[in-house]
Design a protein around this ligand. Structure first.
Ligand SMILES: [Zn+2]
Length: 246
């Protein structure tokens, strides 16, 4: 696992300039967003299928756009090698570890992998927002002058394209590092017996994903770091109260 995970991170690192330039010039470019290859492009699921297989009808709703996209349909382009071979091996091992271990048994390497995985999902969600055009708010009129603007431009009150690209670059660069020690306190893991898949996120701030198959839920603060783990738990609980849709 570690060897393939290492190869994947190196590929991401070596293609950072090429991939970011291409995506900025052409948001919907059909190239592997992990290595930059344009050969054998496949669809890589933003939320892995194994995470929601019990609930195929669940929707992934982008808060600003309010256009439901099914989890199954939400994909980004990745070449066959990166998707099936490298990422596939990483996720198989991650899933196995998550099935076998309780949160208190996680070692630092397990935590590194979970954080990397959540950072990767965050990057894919950002990319999806860049590639999706703003259509209309659900139930409201189509707004012609907004129809060509990527959803990503609505992340903040006054998000500029420059800010969007800076966030995206940083998120992708985070995928080149293996050790996530500075983020350990930013990750909160829960045991759950809830039978349904839940998910919510805020770009560059946090992600929550609850996976019934492994009886665990994860919350990661993307940018915030905490000296005190209890503080992180407290803030995490507040966010869940606010955003969890039961
Ligand atoms: Zn690739």
């Amino acid at each position: 696992m570690d060897r393939k995970f290492g190869i994947l991170r190196t590929k991401i690192k070596q293609s950072q300039g090429v991939v970011m330039e291409r995506i900025i010039a052409e948001h919907n470019a059909d190239l592997c967003v992990l290595c930059g290859s344009t050969v054998e492009i496949t669809k890589e699921h933003i939320i892995p299928q194994w995470a929601f297989e019990a609930n195929p009808a669940k929707y992934l709703v982008s808060a600003k756009n309010n256009q439901p996209t099914t989890y199954i349909r939400a994909t980004i382009p990745a070449c066959r090698t990166c998707n099936s071979d490298l990422l596939g091996a990483f996720e198989d091992n991650l899933k196995r570890m998550l099935v076998e271990k309780e949160p208190e048994e996680f070692n630092n390497y397990d935590r590194d992998c979970i954080i990397w995985w959540l950072q990767y999902i965050g990057f894919k969600l950002q990319l999806m927002d860049l590639r999706n055009r703003f259509l209309k708010y659900k139930g409201n009129e189509y707004i012609p002058f907004l129809s060509n603007i990527p959803v990503a431009m609505f992340w903040g009150r006054d998000t500029t394209p420059g800010q969007v690209f800076r966030i995206l670059r940083k998120s992708r660069r985070n995928l080149t590092t293996k050790r996530k020690g500075n983020k350990y306190h930013s990750l909160v893991v829960f045991k759950t017996s809830n039978g349904s898949f839940h998910f919510f996120h805020k770009v560059n701030e946090f992600i929550f994903i609850e996976i019934p198959q492994i009886k665990k839920a994860f919350f990661l603060f993307y940018s915030k770091e905490f000296k005190d783990y209890e503080k992180a738990c407290e803030e995490c609980r507040e966010m869940i109260e606010k955003f969890y849709d039961r």
